[in-house]
Design a protein around this ligand. Structure first.
Ligand SMILES: [Zn+2]
Ligand SMILES: [Zn+2]
Length: 289
């Protein structure tokens, strides 16, 4: 995880969280409470992190309101404007940014040339933001800093992006991109599942965490040469219960979409099991270089 260590904000944020949680647990500690209750409270506080307390903006360290992860200025900078994106893969399209959060390119093509030439297995993609500074720090803090409260922010941003996406149709159910057992054991949580839960609550769509499973652990796509990424992810997924998928519109949720090959492989797996339509819902999209 070199990325987790390189950002200057991560250790500071981790330290802030570490100091805030025991203090908060101490403040609510009744003298005679049973240990199991204390453990549960402490665990709840740790999971909620600083969402319970007015704290520092995770991006600039300025004052964030109670329950907020970012200050109003950083929030406006990151989420205040949406850019036109390809309906299929969410890569940026040329055109003006929209300050009101409305995406799309009125009067122009809404599907990029690459998707027209080589249609992927998924039918549509919605992304909330580009994977770029400064919001890449939010992703790193959720994933490697264990800041699970950020998943609620991502879910809200993604729900807003679906409202603004032209032609968006609601999936019947949401499935997070599954982690392999080793990766899940190492991290302790699947960030895609946390985002899917937040998004599902916003859109009132059921989350099916085991709609697909990872058959074997694969190397992180970021560690694999681009030319070898398709082979790395091929046959990585399985669908345990075809009846859950057949004829349905499946929404795949992930934190970041880079080459899109993981999502393409998972979408192809769902299509092989009879899915009628697949929409990818990703918090951040890596723009092409
Ligand atoms: Zn800020
Ligand atoms: Zn495209």
């Amino acid at each position: 995880m070199p990325g987790a260590q390189s950002g200057p904000d991560i250790p500071a944020a981790a330290a802030a969280t570490a100091s805030a949680v025991p203090a908060a647990a101490g403040a609510v500690q009744p003298p005679a409470a049973p240990l199991s209750t204390l453990a549960r409270l402490s665990s709840l506080l740790a999971r909620a992190g600083h969402a319970l307390l007015p704290g520092a903006c995770v991006l600039c360290g300025g004052e964030a309101g109670a329950g907020a992860q970012t200050c109003p200025g950083c929030h406006a900078q990151v989420f205040g404007a949406a850019r036109p994106r390809c309906r299929t893969c969410a890569n940026p399209l040329p055109g003006a940014w929209h300050g009101d959060g409305a995406a799309g390119q009125p009067g122009g093509s809404e599907i990029c040339g690459r998707c027209l030439a080589h249609p992927p297995a998924f039918d549509a993609t919605v992304a909330a933001v580009d994977y770029a500074m400064p919001q890449d720090q939010l992703v790193l803090q959720l994933k490697f800093g264990g800041r699970l409260a950020l998943a609620a922010l991502f879910g809200r941003a993604l729900a807003d992006a679906t409202q603004a996406a032209p032609g968006f149709t609601r999936p019947a159910l949401l499935c997070p991109v599954p982690l392999g057992p080793q990766r899940l054991a190492g991290r302790g949580f699947n960030q895609a599942l946390e985002i899917a839960r937040a998004l599902g609550r916003r859109l009132d769509i059921a989350v099916a965490p085991r709609l697909a499973v990872r058959v074997h652990d694969t190397l992180a796509q970021s560690l694999v040469q681009p030319s070898a990424r398709r082979a790395n992810i091929a046959h990585a997924f399985a669908v345990p219960d075809r009846a859950q998928v057949e004829g349905r519109h499946v929404g795949i949720v992930d934190d970041v979409m880079t080459s899109g090959q993981t999502l393409d492989e998972l979408a192809a797996t769902f299509k092989r099991h009879g899915a009628a339509r697949v929409t990818c819902l990703v918090f951040a999209r890596t723009p092409p270089h």
